[in-house]
Design a binder for this molecule. Structure first.
Ligand code: HEM
Length: 265
């Protein structure tokens, strides 16, 4: 059976809003760059991007800076930071999984910082991250534009139409993930993504095909290191002030933050 997963098809005139937003983000970045150039130079990523910009042709300097800032600060930072918050929230509210992952961290790392081999061995931790990315994919949709009229399964898609592929809906469809689709259950990934649901191609936290996330392996390494180091030093529960309110602000993030009560081990 061939399936087409398209949530919303919208005409290209919505592109105007998108371009306006893009321009505004670009101006904000260039304003921050101007401030930096007028202040002291610092040893950080922005400075490296500015130094890199000296190597490009003068008319491309602004777009080089804006594109690289968007890639690293938005694509690379917000997504991973938000995922880390959701993972900690889920582990704080599912103590059996918190203990299980901590046992694995202690067994595999034995008190030292994780190296590459150790990260590979921590399968329960991987399952927990995969399940957090299923329930709270920071990028809730990916988009594609039809550059020419095309046919997807039974669906005719005219040239110029934008396709929105709603990752978050695909990730929680009970017909695909079973009646407990909304529950946190990392077990579903115990035999890999291929066996986690009826149509594993719908699991798209990092997008798909040629434009799939270039930073996905790096993000997984960052998340594994962060969570394993925290678990090896602390136990934690959710604070009573935590209000569950996932909100879509370009990424899906906890609207009121995640407050945890940490206890040193
Ligand atoms: C948990 C962390 C992350 C998630 C969930 C995530 C998710 C995504 C998604 C859904 C896309 C769109 C893919 C598509 O359209 O098919 C994407 C693209 C991209 N991501 Fe990530 N990302 C993460 C971390 C990172 C990191 C750490 C970096 C870089 C250091 C990064 C750099 C990029 C770039 C450059 C693209 C555009 C790729 C292209 O259009 O060719 N991402 N990401």
């Amino acid at each position: 059976m061939s399936m087409v997963f398209i949530g919303l098809i919208c005409p290209s005139k919505n592109n105007r809003e998108m371009w306006k937003l893009k321009k505004e983000v670009g101006s904000l970045i260039l304003k921050a760059v101007k401030e930096r150039k007028e202040a002291e130079s610092e040893n950080d990523l922005l400075q490296m991007i500015l130094e890199g910009a000296n190597e490009v042709r003068p008319h491309s300097i602004d777009s080089f800076i804006v594109d690289n800032c968007k890639n690293i600060y938005f694509a690379g930072h917000e997504t991973t930071a938000t995922t880390a918050s959701w993972i900690l929230m889920l582990l704080a509210s599912h103590l059996e999984w918190q203990n299980r992952v901590r046992d694995e961290v202690i067994e595999v790392c034995g008190g030292s910082l994780p190296d590459f081999d150790m990260l590979r061995k921590m399968r329960t931790l991987t399952m927990v991250i995969q399940e957090a990315l299923r329930l709270y994919p920071p990028a809730p949709l990916v988009t594609r534009s039809a550059l020419r009229s095309t046919k997807l399964g039974e669906l005719n898609i005219p040239k110029g139409v934008n396709l929105w592929i709603p990752i978050i809906i695909l990730h929680q469809d009970p017909e695909i993930w079973g009646p407990e689709a909304n529950k946190f259950n990392p077990h579903r990934f115990s035999h890999g993504i291929g066996k986690a649901c009826k149509f594993p191609q719908v699991y798209l936290p990092f997008g798909t095909a040629p434009r799939t996330c270039v930073g996905q392996n790096f993000a997984m390494v960052e998340l594994k290191i962060l969570v394993s180091v925290i678990l090896s030093k602390f136990s934690f529960t959710l604070s009573s002030t935590y209000k569950h309110s996932p909100a879509f602000h370009l990424v899906i993030e906890p609207n009121h933050g995640v407050y945890l009560l940490m206890k040193k081990l």
